[in-house]
Design a protein around this ligand. Structure first.
Ligand code: GAR
Length: 223
């Protein structure tokens, strides 16, 4: 079994991703441990989910904090916890460039679409799924990409396709896309943990990490 990679999970919302990841890690199915859960929102349900699992938590509101100060504080807290890889799991604020630079090659984001489609400022969560349905797309999916200072614009590591059904709602689509996100996320974490992708990771340009690369399975409607 690969060594357990120390993860710092940044999250703002419900925390279903954190919960699923913690479960997989605790069961030894993902070679990682969650060293810290950091939220920008003091009342985010993800914090309660983390505490219930006995995970270390921290709250650092971005609103009202000078970006440089936030980056320095967040970096110190994550480093003190021994974090090797930062995972944005529903982190809904835009990170200061000083933070994305400090963690370049060591931070990944989970996005609920096949980037570059439906990415960027204001496109997150069910807004993405509603936009996919409004456009009449027949497929969507999940992307794991490296975090850069361009919102949803960093190099793609893995994508998973999901078929859109005529009866889909944003909620039904969200459930299947999240299932795809998790498969993609665990495969990426395993590659970092084994050293297949050394940290900090700098993917070769025009190489295997161009758009639509990596694991790419199709998720149909749930049985
Ligand atoms: C993620 O599953 C992802 O689909 C979306 O937020 C969800 C977090 O839910 N992320 C984004 O839209 C990022 N732009 P959770 O709080 O229940 O884990």
């Amino acid at each position: 079994m690969a060594r357990r990679l120390a993860l710092g999970v940044l999250a703002s919302g419900e925390g279903t991703t954190l919960d699923a990841l913690a479960e997989q890690a605790a069961g030894g199915h993902v070679p990682a441990r969650i060293a810290l859960v950091l939220s920008d929102r003091p009342y985010a349900p993800v914090l309660e989910k983390a505490r219930r699992r006995g995970l270390a938590t921290a709250v650092l509101p971005l609103k009202g904090t000078p970006p440089e100060k936030w980056s320095a504080q967040a970096t110190r807290i994550l480093s003190d916890a021994g974090v090797e890889l930062v995972v944005l799991a529903g982190f809904l604020s835009i990170l200061p460039p000083s933070f994305t630079t400090a963690w370049e090659g060591r931070a990944i984001n989970i996005h609920p679409s096949l980037l570059p489609r439906y990415g960027g400022k204001g496109l997150y969560g069910d807004r993405v799924h509603a936009a996919v349905l409004a456009a009449g797309d027949t497929e969507t999916g999940a992307t794991i990409h490296l975090v850069t200072d361009e919102v949803d614009g960093g190099p793609v590591l893995v994508q998973q396709r999901v078929l859109v059904e005529p009866t889909d709602t944003p909620e039904s689509l969200r459930l299947r896309v999240q299932a795809a996100e998790r498969v993609a996320l665990y495969s990426v974490i395993a590659r970092f943990a084994t050293g297949e992708w050394p940290l900090p990771y700098r993917p070769p340009s025009g190489g295997p990490h161009s758009r639509r690369s990596g694991t790419d399975s199709v998720f149909g409607p749930s049985a």
